[in-house]
Design a protein around this ligand. Structure first.
Ligand code: BDR
Ligand code: CA
Length: 322
């Protein structure tokens, strides 16, 4: 039945955010991708780039393509860097040998998209000039490469949200977080690019500890997203006892939440220096709390999260699917 409103734009709803994701899938990357495919009211997922990190590029790219295919989503997956900019790759043990723990997905029936991640970002930034956002939840190699080959991209995009860094502490060294430790030269380039940045680091991503009730509700929820996330969470909950790996931290999807539910976070703005050298300080993010550098802020940093609000959002997202 015609309502008379056909073709009328709903002015009460903000426009969807055109988003490119860059991932090193990765258990928590898989959770982040699955969640992102359920956020179509808030984001338009333009494409996904894969980067080496948690495991080698052949595996992060394959995991990403198989996952997107399993979820029944027609999102192009582009293959990116096989090595950090200036160092050998150091992978993470927490995601198991394949990167997806013991979760096995059917092989995708389609292939990777043509062109690398630079091409994906360049084309997306031209098409969505001034509104494109990037969510980078792996080492920043692909993003740094795109920005150094096309510096104009920094002013063409709206914002890059980074899962990485920490104002305090680390998970790779005493002072640095895995993604930025993995490719600190790339991280410095991105932090110095002039692009608007949101840093979602360990200060917030270590706060939500997976409650058993959330696990149970995801396992009971319908649809392929809840199916795969339930299996990933199951692996994450066993991995500490089985091989001494990390607690079930969901770092990457928390950075997604900072885009689609920013009201769950408290942000502070700082100039953040990226340290590239040192046994403990490689990849460390050092915020200029006292304005010593006299440099303008380059990052909006998530410093606190509404943990209950985050879990409610997460459970509702998967519960409402299917
Ligand atoms: C980050 O490192 C990776 O192992 C996770 O996927 C996440 O992106 C957390 O430090
Ligand atoms: Ca990741």
């Amino acid at each position: 039945m015609a309502t008379g409103n056909e073709g009328v734009h709903d002015v009460t709803k903000p426009p969807r955010i055109p988003l490119v994701m860059d991932v090193d899938t990765g258990t928590d990357d898989a959770v982040c991708i699955a969640a992102a495919t359920l956020c179509s009211d808030a984001i338009e997922l333009v494409g996904i780039g894969a980067v080496c990190g948690n495991v080698e590029i052949g595996k992060t790219a394959r995991n990403t393509l198989d996952l997107v295919d399993f979820l029944g989503c027609d999102i192009p997956v582009h293959v990116g860097a096989a090595q950090p900019l200036a160092r050998p790759l150091c992978t993470a043990v927490s995601h198991g040998a394949t990167g997806l723990g013991d979760v096995v997905l059917p092989a995708a029936r389609r292939n990777y998209a043509q062109g690398g991640v630079t091409e994906l970002i360049r084309r997306a930034a031209e098409r969505h000039r001034g509104t494109l956002e990037i969510l980078a939840v792996g080492p920043l190699t692909n993003i740094a490469t795109a920005l150094s080959e096309h510096p104009e991209l920094a002013s063409m995009m709206k914002r890059i949200t980074i899962m990485g860094g920490a104002l305090r502490g680390g998970n790779m060294t005493l002072a640095s977080e895995f993604n930025l430790y993995c490719d600190p030269e790339a991280a410095r380039l991105v932090f110095e690019s002039g692009c608007e940045l949101t840093m979602v680091g360990l200060d917030v991503t270590l706060k939500p500890e997976l409650p058993l009730s959330v696990f149970d509700r995801i396992r009971a929820a319908p649809g392929p997203q809840a199916d795969v996330v339930g299996r990933v969470l199951d692996f994450m909950m066993r991995r500490k006892d089985e091989f001494g790996a990390d607690d079930p931290n969901l770092h990457d999807v928390i950075a997604l939440a900072a885009i689609v539910r920013p009201s769950l976070f408290k942000f502070e703005t700082y100039y953040v220096h990226l340290e590239t050298a040192g046994e403990v300080t490689r990849g460390m993010t050092v915020a200029d709390f006292n304005n010593i550098s006299k440099r303008p802020p380059n990052a909006r940093v998530a410093v606190d999260i509404d943990v209950d609000g985050f879990w409610n959002w997460f459970v509702d997202l998967f519960g409402a699917a299917g």
